[in-house]
Design a protein around this ligand. Structure first.
Ligand SMILES: [Mn+2]
Length: 308
């Protein structure tokens, strides 16, 4: 065999195998494209249906029943798997306290699953808004929903728009005030929350509704503050035991249940009593060893902590 003939034969062989690979790849890529289209159609329908459900809800939810209350998930699908590992039992309702997204590995998966469940069980799945249910992740250097959906900004915008329809707080069994962050000088009563009209965009950063929403979504409790103080987060406030007691008494409530803050056990009580509970529901959050907790609230009992 002459050298040129040998080279030609080799070329042919290589070309043939590449051609086969290419055909295989084209087929695979068409299948992937097709499943991506199905997934996008699917999620668009879920968003539309979830929005219809949220349009019927107000900025303050008044709910009765038995509840699983879930704190910050921050893109951790493990929490979702543990919560929804089998069909929903009995009449248990779920209240998510916001911060479903950002920081973790799968913000989109968390959003998709929770809103699919809401569409499937509209009377049993409730979500209130956290400070991350906004454009916050767009500036964050860590993982975020924004980064996950960077190749599909249309879908990202649809989800942001859905978030703008989320209620800002909930009262469970006429006793428990549930909110992502807390209270501030702009939110002194349940009436102040009811006044906030939805949908609410947080992009403009002005107006009474924006200020009140920031108080609910960003504030933190603090033992070392008497009334209210400026928050190191630069949004919302730090609130002391006294304004919390006044808020609860004025509105005939017994306890505030909130998220927004990390703790190693996924559960903390800032004021060493039962007036305020903080839940965090993302296990090993940001690769820091910690537990994920939720609270079980029965119509007749006090909230019980459950490790997820
Ligand atoms: Mn938060």
């Amino acid at each position: 065999m002459g050298e040129s003939q040998w080279v030609n034969q080799c070329k042919f062989q290589i070309d043939k195998s590449d051609y086969c690979k290419l055909r295989k790849y084209e087929f695979l890529s068409e299948t992937l494209k097709f499943s991506k289209i199905i997934l996008l159609m699917d999620i668009s329908n879920t968003i539309k249906a979830a929005k219809r459900i949220l349009k019927r809800r107000k900025s303050l939810l008044m709910l009765q029943g038995d509840f699983v209350i879930v704190g910050d998930i921050h893109g951790n699908m493990e929490t979702i798997r543990k919560l929804f590992n089998k069909p929903l039992e009995g009449n248990m309702k779920f209240l998510f306290l916001g911060d479903l997204i950002d920081r973790g590995q799968d913000s989109f998966g968390v959003v998709k699953t929770i809103f699919e469940k809401m569409v499937e069980y509209p009377e049993r799945i409730f979500v209130i808004r956290g400070n991350h249910e906004s454009r916050l992740g767009e500036k964050s250097s860590a993982n975020s929903l924004y980064k996950e959906l960077s190749s599909n900004t249309e879908l990202y915008e649809k989800i942001i728009n859905l978030f703008e329809n989320l209620p800002l707080a909930a009262v469970l069994n006429s006793k428990y005030f549930c909110v992502h962050g807390g209270i501030s000088e702009d939110v002194r009563s349940l009436g102040d929350i009811e006044k906030i009209k939805l949908p609410l965009s947080l992009d403009n950063r002005k107006g009474t509704a924006y200020k009140a929403a920031c108080g609910l979504l960003w504030s933190d409790p603090s033992k070392s503050v008497a009334q209210y103080a400026q928050s190191p987060r630069k949004n919302g406030a730090l609130f002391g035991k006294k304004p919390l007691t006044e808020f609860l008494q004025k509105n005939k409530l017994s306890c505030m249940i909130r998220g927004h803050q990390w703790s190693p056990s996924g559960f903390s009580k800032e004021f060493d009593d039962n007036s305020l509970i903080t839940l965090a529901s993302s296990e090993n959050h940001n690769n820091t060893p910690c537990l994920a907790s939720c609270a079980i609230l029965n119509e007749v009992s006090e909230p019980i902590r459950k490790i997820l």
